[in-house]
Design a protein around this ligand. Sequence first.
Ligand code: GDP
Length: 288
Amino acid sequence: MTIQWFPGHMTKARRQIQEKLKLIDAVIELTDARLPLSSRNPMIDEILQGKPRLIILNKADLADPEVTRQWLSYFKEEGHTSFPVDASTGTGLKEIPNQVRLLLKDKIDKQIAKGMKPRPVRVLIVGIPNVGKSTLINRLAGRSIAATGDRPGVTKGQQWIKVSGGDMELLDTPGILWPKFEDQNVGYRLAVTGAIREEILNVEDIAFFAIKYFSRYYWKDMSERFELKEQPTDFDNPDEIVALMEAIGRKRGCMMSGGRVDLEKASSIFLRELRAGKMGRFSLEAPY
Ligand code: GDP
């Protein structure tokens, strides 16, 4: 599932979200805990126009817990409330309504002070494709609502979904935003997680990027799985990384005639195993 983002799509996506902002009290910005900056929209602050916002680091089950802790501190320093969840199992989701109400505490207290009965807080979930928006909405709703693979520009009838005993309501259609395209590394990080299809970036380049990163930060996990002997001494030397790709290919029997390693096949296998969690939990960027 990949969306081709053309300027027209971006304008439309942005306009759709800004229309919805009028209906809601707060926004839940969903990011991928393994790459919390690369999985954000570059214009998010501008688009949300100061709406109270909760940042959720989803897929925390796949991310490196130590790095996730660092990200929580980072967002706190930036003045945001953030916390990790795993929308696929529901871990951490109970906190969401409490955190949203905390975010809106002043507004709610004012309503109470005026003798008004606070109405349920209304929330919109936004994020780039594949971060888990539909999974989260379905989990919070307790039933299947959002079609996975929603596309920008496609509107359907909107409904409010009641969450947590009626004190929070959620728009059933998430706001879909585009990722940051200008930075090539952002594209590679997204591609490593499978969020960008391999037709767009070359599979060998994606694997090269991942193997280089793992050589540096998760050498033990990678070397144990593929019985790699020597950690590169110079991570910026492409030859050392390609030598690892070849060793991985040999280990998985990706051979061509003449004894050469089929790097494309080796890359596909490596990425498949990585995404299946065979090399454990990992993060692809850290704040400090
Ligand atoms: P959307 O495009 O933002 O609506 O993303 P989806 O809800 O379709 O999720 C994209 C993929 O990520 C699906 O395969 C989900 O099963 C998976 N996913 C979503 N949330 C989580 C999570 O917290 N942990 C894990 N491991 N996978 C998740």
